[in-house]
Design a protein around this ligand. Structure first.
Ligand code: NIG
Ligand code: FE
Length: 400
């Protein structure tokens, strides 16, 4: 396939650059008036229009008509496999209850767990696939999905099987995370629940790429997290940790200690978290959609970048704290509420978010050899306009 007359080919990154950090977060390569050739689903070549090759026999030609071509969004943190809805809690929230107060009343994750328990595996797949299709239409070309609404062995495995089925049935890249330690399941003591999460590893690990723990005040401690990560190591599951959403939890430090691919949320951090992350290889991931929805602080992305770190942004698509998987809105929130430049926010939702799933050798930029996974916009768009006029439709077509 040749795509010609691309107004802006944006998001070009040299081979071997797997993340953007510090000042480099504000840089990305761009060719005005460009073409791009893909073969066997991979980017074969690209360049300025004056050098556009003529199509070989059978090669599809797409005229971009002056639109911008960017890599598809990568969403490294979602909980989009869930059953039903938590719309009643939306009213509680409007009436002034906090996320913690709703959870303490048996709402929150436990409510989703009850709904999931009474939903068949086929129905759970059907409902979840609707959300996958929704985010694909928003331009997401790779996403991570977590378990964590099972809260008992058979239901955690049901979720992980549904994620596997999604993986097998969509053209976008999916990564699966075992988040057994999302909340204490009904009928368990804290200790018995942590034991269950560990005991389930032999069955959960073959269905998962990563392991996650909600290491935060009122959920799981640093000690619980260390035990679970220790137990997950022999199964080859790299950690991705929920940390520092509700309190300065120590989750960043324990994640870094166990070689986490990412530590996520980070609404509440200090200099100590920045120091722990420096030189670690762990991608700090912020979730502005949940800050927006819950009315809690936004992560200190500016401070992290100033310290020379990279930042990824993800949607956290879930029924309790971020009921949207729209990565363009996440990018806009990054600019509007976290004072990222449009280029920084773009790198955060593409290359760095791919990196937070261990996929940045495959996705997240315009680079020869990477997967041909793009958003083609209408004419006249650029990255600034994307974040600034954040509700104006911009997608001409998505190519996966
Ligand atoms: O990332 N913080 C923990 N887990 C999810 C919310 C899950 C829920 O409320 O259903 C999150 O915000
Ligand atoms: Fe989450």
């Amino acid at each position: 396939m040749i795509i010609k007359n691309i107004g802006r080919l944006t998001g070009i990154v040299p081979e071997g650059v797997l993340r953007k950090e510090g000042a480099a977060m504000n840089e990305t390569g761009e060719i005005l008036d460009a073409w791009l050739l893909s073969r066997d689903g991979r980017i074969a070549d690209f360049g300025p229009m004056f050098s556009c090759p003529s199509p070989s026999d059978g090669e599809e030609v797409i005229d971009a008509g002056g639109g911008m071509l960017i890599p598809s969004f990568c969403d490294s943190h979602t909980h989009l496999v869930y059953a039903g809805s938590r719309d009643a809690e939306f009213l509680d929230k409007i009436n002034g209850l906090s996320y913690e107060e709703i959870a303490a009343r048996g709402g929150g994750i436990l409510n989703s767990s009850d709904l999931l328990h009474s939903t068949s595996e086929d129905e759970l797949y059907r409902q979840s696939m609707q959300r996958v299709k929704e985010v694909m239409e928003f331009g997401t070309g790779a996403l991570e999905i977590k378990s964590g609404y099972g809260l008992r062995p058979e239901d955690e495995l049901k979720m992980l099987r549904v994620i596997r089925r999604i993986k097998e049935s969509v053209p976008v890249t999916v990564r699966s995370t075992y988040l057994g330690a999302h909340a204490i399941g009904r009928g368990y003591t804290h200790e018995d629940y942590v034991r269950m999460v560990i005991d389930l590893l032999p069955e959960a690990a073959p269905l998962a790429d990563f392991v996650d723990v909600f290491c935060d005040e009122g959920f799981f401690t640093v000690e619980d997290t260390a035990r679970i990560l220790e137990a997950a190591t022999p199964f080859g599951l790299r950690p991705k940790i929920h940390a520092n959403e509700l309190a300065v939890s120590g989750g960043v430090q324990v994640g870094v200690k166990y070689g986490a691919l990412s530590v996520d949320h980070l609404e509440r951090t200090t200099e100590a978290e920045i120091e722990a992350l420096r030189g670690s290889g762990t991608m700090p991931t912020m979730l502005p959609g949940s800050s927006f929805f819950l009315g809690i602080p936004f992560g200190n992305a500016r401070g992290f970048i100033k310290a020379g770190l990279g930042v990824a942004l993800a949607s956290d698509y879930n029924p309790g704290s971020s009921p949207s998987g729209d990565m363009r809105f996440v990018m806009a929130l990054g600019c509007i509420r976290m004072r990222l430049t449009p280029v920084e926010a773009f790198n955060a939702v593409t290359l760095n978010s791919a990196c937070a799933m261990g996929l940045s050798h495959e996705l997240g930029s315009i680079t020869r050899g990477k997967k041909a996974s793009f958003i083609l916009t209408h004419p006249g768009w650029d990255l600034t306009k994307l974040a600034y006029t954040y509700r104006t439709p911009f997608i001409n077509r998505c190519i996966y």
